[in-house]
Write a protein that binds this ligand. Structure first.
Ligand SMILES: Cc1cc2nc3c(=O)[nH]c(=O)nc-3n(C[C@H](O)[C@H](O)[C@H](O)COP(=O)(O)OP(=O)(O)OC[C@H]3O[C@@H](n4cnc5c(N)ncnc54)[C@H](O)[C@@H]3O)c2cc1C
Length: 303
C-alpha cells in the first residue's frame, strides 16, 4: 500500500522551481514524486524571456523539455494532479491527492502564487498579452511604443522611472488613489512622464491587444501596453498549512535551506519571494533540493 512506502520528497508544483528541484533530486538518486495542477503563473504569456539559453521559449515547451529531461532518472515520478492536503504526522508528511494518500520524508512546495485580477473591465483578457508585471520579461518586444502604468500606490510611480529604459512615451494612471507628493510630481515631470489621476473606467482592446485606457469622463487615452502589479495571494494548499508568512504575504523561508516554519516542509520559487522570475525560481528550487538531499543523506546514514 502506497501509504507504507515513504517517498524521500514530494514536490508540489511543476513550474521552473519544482522541475529544477526534481532534476537535482533525481540525479541524487532520491525517490521523488512531483505533482502539478497545471495552472502556472505565466499561463497567459506566449513566451518566457530572460532564461539564458531559453529566451523566447513557449511556457508549455519549457515544461515539456524539463519533463523529458527527467525521464532518465527512474526514481522521479511526475503526475498531473492537485495535492489537496498535507498533514505532518510522526516525523513524516501525509500527502492527500484526491482519494489517494502518500507519505513523504520531506515536502517541497513550489506552487507559485495566484495573481488576483482587479475588478477593471478588460484587465483579465489583456493580462499577459498587453498587461505585464515585469519589464525585463516583456518590455523589449514593445520598446518605443505607448506605455501606461497602473499605479494604485506611490511605489508604482517610482517603478515608472525604470520604464524609461524602453520608452519615452509613458503615462502613469493613479486613478486618484493617493495624493501625488509635490517632489515626486516634479521628478516625474522632469523625466517627461505624464501623470493622469482620473479614475479608470475600462480597458479597450483591438484584435486581442490593448488599444486605450478609458477614464471616468469617457476620454480614451491610447496605449499599447500597460505595466501593473496585481495583488498576489497564496494557493489554498499553502493557506491551509499555516506556514509563517512575511509582511508581504510570502512564505518565510531560511535563505539557505529554504525551510519553512513547519518541520519537513521547504518552499522555493514565487511563493517565497517578491523577486519573481523563471530563472530565479529554478535557482531557488535547485538550492532547496540540494539542501533537502544533504539532510536526507545524513539521516539515512544513521537509520
Ligand atoms: C504573465 C506573466 C508572464 C511572465 N513572463 C516571464 C518571463 O518572460 N520571464 C520570466 O523569467 N518570468 C516570467 N514570469 C514570472 C514567472 O512565470 C514565474 O516567476 C515562474 O513561473 C515561477 O515559477 P514557480 O515554479 O515558482 O511557479 P509556477 O511556474 O507558477 O508553477 C507553480 C505550479 O504549481 C502548481 N500548483 C499550485 N498548487 C498546486 C497543488 N495544490 N497541487 C499541485 N500543483 C499545484 C500550479 O498549477 C503551477 O503549475 C511571468 C509571470 C507572469 C504572470
Amino acid at each position: 500500500m502506497e501509504k507504507e512506502t515513504p517517498y524521500d520528497v514530494v514536490i508540489v508544483g511543476g513550474g521552473p522551481a519544482g522541475l529544477s528541484a526534481a532534476l537535482i533530486l533525481g540525479r541524487a538518486r532520491k525517490r521523488v514524486i512531483l505533482f502539478d495542477a497545471g495552472s502556472p503563473r505565466n499561463a497567459a504569456a506566449t513566451e518566457i524571456h530572460n532564461f539564458v539559453t531559453r529566451d523566447g521559449i513557449a511556457p508549455a515547451e519549457f515544461r515539456r523539455v524539463a519533463r523529458e529531461q527527467l525521464v532518465p532518472y527512474a526514481s522521479v515520478e511526475v503526475e498531473d494532479a492537485r495535492v489537496d492536503a498535507v498533514t505532518p504526522e510522526g516525523g513524516l508528511l501525509t500527502v492527500q491527492i484526491g482519494t489517494r494518500t502518500l507519505v513523504a520524508r520531506r515536502l517541497l512546495l513550489c506552487v507559485g502564487m495566484i495573481d488576483v485580477m482587479p475588478d477593471l473591465p478588460g484587465f483579465r483578457e489583456l493580462w499577459g498579452k498587453s498587461i505585464f508585471q515585469c519589464p525585463y520579461c516583456h518590455a523589449w518586444e514593445v520598446k518605443d511604443r505607448a506605455f501606461g502604468v497602473l499605479a494604485p500606490s506611490p511605489m508604482m510611480l517610482e517603478f515608472s522611472f525604470v520604464l524609461t529604459s524602453w520608452t519615452r512615451d509613458l503615462v502613469v494612471f493613479t486613478g486618484g488613489a493617493f495624493p501625488v507628493a509635490d517632489d515626486l510630481r516634479a521628478r516625474l515631470e522632469a523625466a517627461r512622464i505624464r501623470v493622469d489621476e482620473r479614475p479608470i473606467r475600462a480597458l479597450h482592446e483591438k484584435n486581442g491587444h490593448l488599444e486605450a485606457v478609458e477614464l471616468s469622463d469617457g476620454e480614451r487615452v491610447r496605449r499599447d501596453v500597460l505595466f501593473a502589479r496585481p495583488q498576489q495571494i497564496q494557493v489554498p494548499l499553502v493557506q491551509s498549512l499555516n506556514l509563517a508568512l512575511d509582511e508581504k504575504g510570502f512564505v518565510r523561508v531560511d535563505a539557505f535551506t529554504k525551510k519553512t516554519s513547519v518541520p519537513g516542509i521547504h518552499a522555493a520559487g514565487d511563493l517565497a519571494t517578491m523577486a519573481q522570475a523563471a530563472i530565479a525560481a529554478a535557482s531557488e528550487g535547485t538550492m532547496a533540493a540540494a539542501m533537502i538531499n544533504h539532510e536526507l543523506t545524513i539521516e539515512a546514514l544513521s537509520r
